[in-house]
Design a binder for this molecule. Sequence first.
Ligand code: NAD
Ligand code: AHE
Ligand code: ZN
Ligand code: ZN
Length: 372
Amino acid sequence: MTMIKTRAAVAWEAGKPLSIEEVDLMPPQKGEVLVRIVATGVCHTDAYTLSGADPEGVFPAILGHEGAGIVEAVGEGVTSVAVGDHVIPLYTPECGQCKFCKSGKTNLCQAIRATQGKGLMPDGTTRFFKDGKPIFHYMGTSTFAEHTVVPEIALAKISKDAPLEKVCLLGCGVTTGMGAVQNTAKVQPGDTVAVFGLGGIGLSVIIGAVMAKASRIIAIDINEDKFDIAKKLGATDVVNPKNFDKPIQDVIVEMTDGGVDFSFECIGNVKVMRSALECCHKGWGESVIIGVAAAGQEISTRPFQLVTGRVWKGSAFGGVKGRSQLPGIVERYLNGEFELDTFITHTMGLDDINQAFDLMHEGKSIRTVIRF
Ligand code: NAD
Ligand code: AHE
Ligand code: ZN
Ligand code: ZN
């Protein structure tokens, strides 16, 4: 098999719009798979990396990590997926062999994390080229391309009944929010929850909290346009911190007779991370950081907050082990246990992808799905 031509949105440099162009893609090498991407969501993390704030951001690169597609070819030695299989690329792979996978304590497989963070395939090279010059991969997935090459261990094989233009959102946003509630926090029936930031991630925390039968779900955002959708998904209270002349943590502590059982930061703002911790109940409240903050940003609080029983945690991809657990989450979607349509506020072609970033920055979209 020779190089194929494919269409991709190339991030040539930080802070610049993506450029839609034809690029060359090498065939999948040993342990790799060629996937035709059918649809991809646009997550805030793509915008974060494009902004230049990501210490692992390398350019030129093909961004995108919330996709779904169909296997078109497999490299030597690939046995777990075959041509025609429907797959979701995983930025958190699952090798099953590394210390992290074997620990049973984390989903953070480290088998290929070092090369992935440098925008390279596990052998230290790229598959994408333009005029003979390499273009970096992103999060091991690069879903802003009609075709991409992904390591076998970074593919979840899913049901062919699942609509790829919807379940692509399970490649990041929805799985992350739901999983943070179910796997990281382990919210129990009757627990109270506060969610900071009502984008794709925060709204997915809400659906996770509803599924966990939380008794109260307080949704917080400075953009009140997000409140209707939060209530539709099951938020019991909506709060705009700008409407108060005291810290938002004090407001929530008063609303909940001492604080919530669990809070989730879904913005990437270190000041809000502090509020999210400090609105937790003394003695047992737990706060989960999901938002990604730029290099150089640091969190702070009085250690007394932790001494007196609050717990600070973080969650990546909702603690979900992609290969073994994501197919089951797709089945739960197909069984009607949760919906995805409400998240998809916009759908467009790859040519318009910069508009998807604009809509996100303007606070007008939850998720834009790019359909190839
Ligand atoms: P988004 O831009 O769609 O949503 C962010 C929301 O936060 C918006 O509604 C915005 O109005 C709100 N907001 C901004 N500043 C605020 C403030 N000061 N107080 C209250 N609300 C505020 O983003 P998203 O795609 O939902 O992603 C959210 C965050 O989660 C990002 O930092 C992203 O990088 C991160 N993320 C992390 C993981 C993970 O695995 N840990 C996965 C996906 C996304
Ligand atoms: N390169 C970034 C890492 C940002 C980050 O924390 N990424 C999340 C996923 S965000 C998906 O939208 C993650 O999975 N982290 C675990 C990991 O190993 O990267 C930075 O800021 O350095
Ligand atoms: Zn994401
Ligand atoms: Zn592993």
